[in-house]
Design a protein around this ligand. Structure first.
Ligand code: GDP
Length: 300
């Protein structure tokens, strides 16, 4: 229900427009498909993915001998579901050992908030003990905010002095997690994009230190993206994929944006599974992403 409410604007923008096209044209012809493609692109599904969807829709409609525009919607729903993939991609946990989750993303996308929500989810829904490491040492405010979220979520927060070596904070995080017998360590990182080489060096060093201390770490590298930025989220995904091996995406602020169609574009073109979605500002407003539920909420 939370998902349905959160997706309301996306639904209006995307499915609303698609429905308008279908009801205006009624008859299935090239004009309808062209308009449909435009509607999908406006709904942030992305140029390439929209073209693919319409191509498939055209083929299926021909095969099935459909004549009427409103017969296309259930077909589109199935095709979108296919693009999103069949099942939910679970968080990779290091069974029997400390799981390390590295969280990356541009400042302002909701990284700190997402870490707090994730900590709550792991603790309350899965019974895991969580430690947070504030390795975004560049922003004192980010460290303070992480402490607040950690307190709310019931997770210990390890932070260094402002300007400390982020890799050293990550190292301290591992030590603290081990000392308290934690199951999961979540490492926050800086998201300054102005210098890609610097960012790459910093994230690379953090990952190396984590890998040296914990076999297989980081077990998960979550990229946090802001859904309200629409197609920019795709650009950010490409940039971060060149920087670190991203294993999952957390897409924030799906509530209140009309640009949720970007989920389909990301899933289709980026080969990185969306693992979580943010649907509000509260601690429990993070949901594991379930493609089926998403499609149902969008098309229902
Ligand atoms: P950071 O700079 O990436 O760490 O971003 P923050 O975690 O500080 O979040 C930036 C703003 O986005 C804050 O006002 C959050 O409350 C808000 N925010 C984060 N996630 C969501 C979400 O899923 N929905 C909404 N509506 N707001 C969110």
């Amino acid at each position: 229900e939370r998902l349905k409410a959160g997706l309301q604007k996306t639904k209006e923008a995307l499915i609303g427009q698609v429905n308008t096209v279908m009801s205006v044209f009624r008859k299935i012809d090239d004009d309808l498909f062209d308009e449909l493609e435009e509607a999908l692109i406006r709904g942030d599904v992305g140029v390439a993915t929209s073209a693919k969807l319409v191509e498939e829709l055209r083929r299926e409609a021909r095969q099935k001998g459909l004549k009427n525009g409103d017969e296309l919607l259930p077909l589109l729903k199935e095709l979108v579901a296919e693009r999103l993939g069949s099942g939910a991609a679970p968080l990779r946990l290091n069974e029997g050992g400390l799981t390390v989750i590295l969280v990356v993303g541009v400042n302002g996308v909701g990284k700190t908030t997402t870490i707090g929500k994730l900590a709550r989810h792991l603790r309350e829904d899965r019974g895991l003990k969580v430690v947070l490491a504030a390795a975004d040492t560049f922003r004192a405010a980010a460290m303070d905010q992480l402490k607040v979220w950690g307190e709310r979520a019931g997770a210990e927060v390890v932070a260094g002095p402002e300007g400390a070596d982020p890799a050293a904070v990550a190292f301290d995080g591992v030590k603290a997690a081990r000392a308290s017998g934690a199951d999961v360590l979540i490492v926050d990182t800086a998201g300054r994009l102005h210098n890609k080489a610097h960012l790459m060096a910093e994230l690379g060093k953090i990952a190396r230190v984590l890998g040296r201390e914990v076999p297989g770490a980081p077990h998960e590298t979550l990229l946090v993206l802001d859904a309200t930025t629409g197609q920019n989220a795709i650009q950010q995904t490409r940039l971060f994929k060149e920087t670190v091996p991203v294993t999952g995406i957390a897409l924030t602020k799906l509530d209140g944006t009309a640009k949720g169609g970007v989920v389909v574009a990301i899933a289709d073109t980026e080969q990185v599974p969306v693992k979580f979605i943010g649907v509000g500002e509260r601690l429990d407003d993070l949901q594991p992403f379930d493609p089926r539920q998403f499609v149902e909420a969008l098309f229902s």
